[in-house]
Design a protein around this ligand. Structure first.
Ligand code: ATP
Length: 274
């Protein structure tokens, strides 16, 4: 029991819909767990339960330490400035005076918000608002971070700044659950992966492990066309192809399975089918 986040057998129903249906997830200190899955797979519901905003119908969740959460739908007060927003959230987390002011400056610097600290939230761009939302979660350096698509709509610079800030929190020992539909981010974050479908985690592990058994493709170009073979062992397949071919080979291409293949393969069935 060393996980900062431990969910076991979570069930949550809304009428006929089981938003969660035996959801298990454990996240260790220093780990970023990328939670992926189609719309409706139960990711947001899990966040709400982990953050204590909703109670499960069954199962249990333990979240150890302080929690910072950036919800998918922005939850900011439009009429106050970014600095006031951060003061409020930092104050709620117990930061006072100089520690609070220092933490605000630091997180603003990290997320490229320094120039807009004294602007009202309502006049910020969408990307700036999303960064401000992420800043409210990151500011107090919580033990557990729940980030629901924090880079949605972010430009490349914003994305890079945000990913670096998240990685730093994990390197400092935080357990992070990071929801995204954009899988390359998980490679960038060196995240482990949890694939959710129909309210359950159906695959869990390091990206490389989950990809190991998926077929890639070997493609050999000939004068009069090409041969493409799906294979989990590209080297052996290519050797066999080259051995058996009695024509000149014009090109060879090996495509390794990607996270997108994993996602497609594991979550083909729509959540509503459950
Ligand atoms: N408050 C609610 N009332 C009724 N149904 C709900 C409620 N919250 C979630 N659901 C339903 O539960 C299921 C899971 O929703 P959830 O928002 O957790 O999915 P998600 O994986 O976060 O999806 P997305 O990728 O779209 O954010 C969906 O079918 C959704 O319609």
């Amino acid at each position: 029991m060393g996980g900062l986040v431990e969910a076991a057998g979570l069930v949550k129903r809304y009428g006929d819909v089981a938003a969660l249906d035996g959801f298990d997830l454990r996240v260790e200190p220093g780990e970023i767990a990328g939670l992926v899955g189609h719309n409706g797979a139960g990711k947001t519901t899990f966040f709400e339960i982990a953050a204590g905003l909703t109670r499960p119908d069954a199962g249990r969740v333990a979240v150890r330490g302080e929690v910072g959460m950036a919800p998918q739908r922005l939850a900011l007060y439009p009429g106050v400035t970014v600095r006031e927003t951060l003061r409020l959230f930092g104050g709620l987390a117990g930061l006072r005076r100089r520690a609070l002011a220092g933490a605000i400056d630091a997180v603003a610097e990290e997320l490229a918000l320094t120039g807009v600290l004294d602007r009202r939230v309502s006049v910020l761009s969408g990307g700036q608002q999303r960064r401000a939302q992420a800043a409210t979660a990151l500011l107090p350096d919580p033990d557990v971070l729940l980030l629901d698509e924090p880079t949605a709509g972010a430009d490349p610079e914003t994305r890079t700044a945000l990913l670096a800030a998240v990685r730093r929190r994990a390197d400092g020992g935080a357990a992070v659950v990071y929801c995204t539909h954009y899988l390359p981010e998980l490679t960038e974050l060196a995240a482990t992966i949890a694939v959710a479908r129909s309210g359950r985690v159906i695959a869990r592990g390091a990206g490389a492990e989950l990809l190991r058994d998926l077929p890639g493709e070997v493609r050999v170009t000939l004068d009069d066309g090409e041969i493409a073979v799906a294979t989990t062992d590209p080297t052996a397949t290519l050797a066999a192809l080259l051995r058996d071919l009695d024509r000149p080979v014009r090109g060879i291409d090996i495509r390794r399975p990607s996270l997108d293949d994993l996602y497609k393969g594991l979550s083909e069935e729509p959540a509503d089918a459950a």
